[in-house]
Design a protein around this ligand. Structure first.
Ligand code: ADP
Ligand code: TRP
Length: 329
């Protein structure tokens, strides 16, 4: 039988190019591995602890589902579903609460970060903490264990949560007999850090991002704003610059070698920016078109999410029944 891989995607709006190369593209490549049955879901239950109004949650859910489809997630190969359409997860969450010590949750980085923030504001340590945040790792364990997942492809920041899911599975299996597959995090170590417009790591928190699906005009404007030095057009240019580093992501090896030669022979920064724009736009425009299609035909996306959720429920229902029985319910 094939091993199951699962990952949750937080609905936090349209991603940038750093998210695409650092997270989305590798996750889709991994899920296309024929040895795996992959389940990717929009983690909307998880988002409830930080998105505080329904309009935002709806919009972000839509945007993120359309993003993954536009980036090449094939729903015939990877099951795409919406967490809140699989309420079995919340039942398992409750069952797992009873095998999870509070001490384990006290150690969670996301919770500790909020405590630090509250303290820095001069407030009570738990001022910014709701129980959704505090119990977040248990809900995440329920996502993973309900699906009998062996592998959990995530970024380094989620390693601790997957470790907690492992701990919870082991405690349960020890107390009630073997019930859950003990999962493992799959962390891609070799993912490059994508530079932002100012050369630092591209990040929402630095405001230096290039949105994945911005218009051609906006893309052109953003690239035009990238800082360059004051060397003359005829002077050779170093390839150790933001323009070339971005170019490399989108171009083939041969195209990169050719561009490196042009840099060495001297090119005006305006021409270098134009070359980057054309290269990026040629890769991004088919994705942008697909994204715009899905956003305006969201009923098709909803159908994919509903069907994916039904497939997921078949497995989750069975696992929850097994856990209930093991516990004496
Ligand atoms: P941001 O820093 O913009 O808030 P997130 O923390 O939401 O981005 O990142 C979501 C995913 O995208 C994570 O897996 C993260 O590792 C990846 N990612 C974000 N920015 C980059 C980047 N500049 N280069 C490579 N990967 C990135
Ligand atoms: N916690 C993950 C994040 O913040 C999202 C997530 C929720 C998840 N449930 C999961 C990831 C299950 C992997 C498996 O990005």
């Amino acid at each position: 039988m094939k091993k199951i891989a699962i990952t949750g995607i937080k609905p936090t709006g349209v991603p940038h190019i750093g998210n695409y190369f650092g997270a989305i593209k590798p996750a889709i490549e991994l899920a296309n591995d024929p040895e795996l049955d992959s389940y990717y879901f929009i983690a909307d239950y998880h988002a409830l602890n930080f998105i505080k109004n329904n309009e935002d949650l709806n919009r972000y859910t839509r945007e993120i589902a359309c993003t993954w489809l536009a980036c090449g997630l094939d729903p015939n190969k990877i099951v795409l579903y919406k967490q809140s359409l699989v309420p079995e997860v919340t039942e398992l969450n409750w069952l797992l609460c009873n095998v999870t010590s509070k001490g384990l949750m006290n150690r969670a980085h996301a919770y500790k970060a909020m405590v630090d923030k509250s303290l820095a504001n001069g407030d009570d340590p738990d001022a910014l903490v709701n129980m959704g945040l505090f119990n977040y790792p248990i809900l995440m364990a329920a996502d993973i264990l309900s699906m009998n997942a062996k592998f959990v492809p995530v970024g380094e920041d989620q390693r601790q949560h997957v470790e907690m899911a492992r701990d919870i599975a082991k405690v349960f299996n020890k107390r009630y007999g073997y019930t859950f597959v003990v999962p493992e995090a799959l962390i891609q170590e070799d993912v490059a850090t994508i530079p932002g417009l100012d050369g630092r790591k591209m990040s929402k928190s630095y405001g230096n991002q290039i949105p994945l699906f911005c218009s051609r005009e906006e893309l052109k404007k953003l690239i035009a704003g990238i800082k360059t030095d004051s060397s003359l057009p005829t002077e050779p240019k170093s390839t150790d610059c933001t323009l070339f580093n971005l170019y490399k992501l989108f171009a083939s090896k041969e195209q990169c070698e050719q561009m490196a030669k042009i840099y060495a022979n001297g090119i005006s920064w305006a021409d270098a920016k134009n070359a980057l724009f054309e290269m990026m736009d040629s890769v991004l425009s088919p994705m942008r078109d697909k994204y715009n299609y899905y956003i305006t035909h969201y009923d098709e996306v909803e159908k994919i999410l509903t069907e994916g959720s039904k497939k997921t429920q078949i497995i989750a229902r069975e696992t929850v029944a097994r856990a209930r029985k093991a516990m004496g319910l």
